[in-house]
Design a protein around this ligand. Structure first.
Ligand code: ACO
Length: 318
């Protein structure tokens, strides 16, 4: 028994914030942002729009694409760092909004690696007989945890959601998953604040050491892709599409270079939506599925890295 992805979907909030618009309020420029990151614009959730709303729109599209009804779903996992509330989980809120009930629903908190973690868990739950049809969503509203006066971070992130439906399969769709973390790097990318007796303590905004993050990300993304290739007895030449966490075009290019993979086999959507953390891989996946680049039988290497630090890969046969 294996699992495979039967459908994908994505949702980006209507409001687009361009680099030029951002430069009206903070000392930056379109040229600086584009050349350092590849980002052209980001989407911003409307007031009152919640992470579960973004997740719901992406989930409905993935369910449609998979021709699966809500009643057939028996597992919902949401990867998010920006949940609607402290609890219940965004997955439970999404379950209610979808009109599903009964099956397990929970959030995964692995920051930008969250989708890869969640997909690995859903695969093991299906192959282990704990679930049949799973909805796996990455959804984030980073615009609410950014200090919009800090040009070092606010230019990098955006809001969005991506989703997949995972179903049982006789042939392997999910070929392997490799997950890692090293909490010793917890301080180089974090939101160090919390809620304490009714007040926010610490800093409730993204804090980042950009240089350290860059170096760490490139190293582990290439390593974990190699780990997956070795486990599957494949080489870089077998990867049809590398779908990395969409943080920054330079991180993606450097990872591809380390893997000796041509850049035209890297799916890159970061320019259109910036870094959407746990949503970025399923967003990029959905774009490439719907524009026809991803075709049956191809091999996809999904690689994520994020705060924690966490990182991981899922190797997929489409
Ligand atoms: N606009 C204009 N100037 C800026 C901006 C900005 N938005 N941000 C920083 N600068 C300035 C700095 O103040 C500095 O000025 P100075 O020389 O006068 O001190 C100058 O630009 C160069 O700063 P650096 O930090 O050296 O710029 P660098 O070329 O390294 O790029 C960046 C910074 C883009 C953050 C880079 O380090 C990077 O890509 N890091 C990875 C971070 C990342 O992608 N994070 C996403 C989250 S991580 C994840 O998802 C896993």
């Amino acid at each position: 028994m294996h699992s495979r992805i039967a459908g994908t979907g994505r949702y980006l909030p209507e409001r687009v914030l361009t680099n030029d618009e951002l430069a009206l309020n903070v000392a930056t420029s379109d040229e600086w942002i584009r050349t350092r990151t590849g980002i052209r614009q980001r989407h911003i959730a409307a007031n009152g729009e919640l992470t579960s709303d973004l997740a719901l729109a992406a989930a409905r599209r993935a369910l449609d694409a998979a021709s699966l009804s809500v009643a057939e779903l028996d597992l919902i996992i949401v990867a998010t760092t920006t949940p609607d509330v402290v609890f219940p989980s965004t997955a439970c809120i999404l379950q209610a909004k979808l009109g599903a009930r009964g099956g397990p629903a929970f959030d995964v908190q692995a920051v930008c690696s969250g989708f890869v973690y969640a997909l690995a868990i859903a695969d093991r739950m299906i192959t282990g007989g704990l679930a049949k049809n799973a909805l796996v969503v990455g959804a984030e509203i980073y615009s609410r945890i950014l200090d919009w006066s800090d040009r070092g971070t606010c230019v990098l992130f955006g809001d969005g959601a991506g989703a997949v439906v995972l179903v049982p399969s006789e042939r392997a769709g999910i070929m392997s998953a490799h997950l890692h973390a090293d909490g010793h790097y917890k301080d180089i990318l974090c939101v160090p604040g919390t809620v304490d007796r009714g007040a926010v303590t610490g800093t409730p905004f993204v804090h980042m050491d950009g240089h350290a993050v860059f170096k760490f990300a490139v190293k582990v993304l290439a390593e974990v892709a190699h780990e997956a290739l070795t486990a599957n007895r494949k080489t870089t030449a077998d990867i049809d599409w590398l779908i990395p966490h969409q943080a920054n075009i330079r991180i993606m290019d450097a990872t591809a270079k380390k893997l000796e993979l041509p850049l035209d086999r890297v799916i890159s959507t970061v320019g259109a939506h910036a870094n959407t953390s746990a949503a970025s891989i399923p967003l990029a996946l959905d774009v490439a599925v719907r524009d026809g680049r991803i075709r049956e039988g191809q091999y996809l290497m999904l690689v994520g890295v994020g705060g924690g630090f966490t990182w991981g890969s899922v190797f997929v046969r489409w």
